[in-house]
Design a protein around this ligand. Sequence first.
Ligand code: SF4
Length: 344
Amino acid sequence: MEPEKVREALLKWYDLHRRVLPWRGTHDPYEVWVSEVMLQQTRTETVELYYGRFLEKYPDVRALAESDEQDVLKLWEGLGYYRRAKALRQGAQEVEAFYDGRMPHTYEELLALSGIGEYTAGAIASIALGEAVPAVDGNALRVFSRLSGFEGSVDTAQGKNALRNLAKQCLDPMRPGDFNQAVMDLGSGVCTPKNPRCSSCPLKALCACGSPEKAERLPIKKEKKKQNIEEWDVLLIRQGNRIAVLQRREELLADLWVFPMQRHTGEELVLKEGVITCREVRMAKHVFTHKIWEMHLWCLTVTPQFDLLPEWRMVSIDQLDELPFPSAMKAAMQEARKLMEDAG
Ligand code: SF4
């Protein structure tokens, strides 16, 4: 691979074909940070819907540091991977505490903040601060492994380091932010996981693959673990004009709100005293990275005397809108609204 030629060809292409995105053009490290955290594991089009709203509510580090976590999660609702939002807020609190609310100015200092890994620190430092460091995420790993014909596994520290070094060699010290964003754009629109558009790629002549047939074999990854399927009963329990919800304490979706859930056993729900009606209304499915939830949604109407569990909170339909719910509860939420509306 010829690093200088890669750099030149990529930047030339980027100057003509760069994507227009709401976070492009900003050199504010906080704004770049927010965009990069949102973009992790999430499609650009989805992030476009959230980025502006988030900055409107939390325009700077201090505003985020002083925010209420539940409000942040509510604004994040639907973006998924809620741990990112918590870590972002935690990082903002660290900036407030240790840097008096001003973002640190080097890659190394950024890396020490909560929720900022090598990729995010590289993106902020290069895009906002002009520091000559690479930003290597999954897309960049794919691009550099194909460019160099790298046959090692990209899941290992060794593989990642080798490709990170390659990225470093190619990086333009005068335009590190543009170079890293050019790699991101190439990975997202040209050197895609499936059907890469090699014939219109600016790096075709410099690439060890150069054709979709060769490219699709790379990068080499360890086989993914199969996702476990978990079956749940989700209980929409209406009492008068209120419905039962609870805040999760488990690691997955911690602190978000859900409807009461219990493992599905395949048996009819045992009706307790005080249940007026109980019926299964539909199935819903949610795919997480490591597991799949298959959910049986049940609508129950109960009497005022029905025994409520202490961890449940009974809320009105308006209060439902104020709490942060994960996307996994989307179908349940629709049914809950119907149930509440039917009851008038
Ligand atoms: Fe990727 Fe194909 Fe371009 Fe090589 S030529 S960088 S495989 S799109």
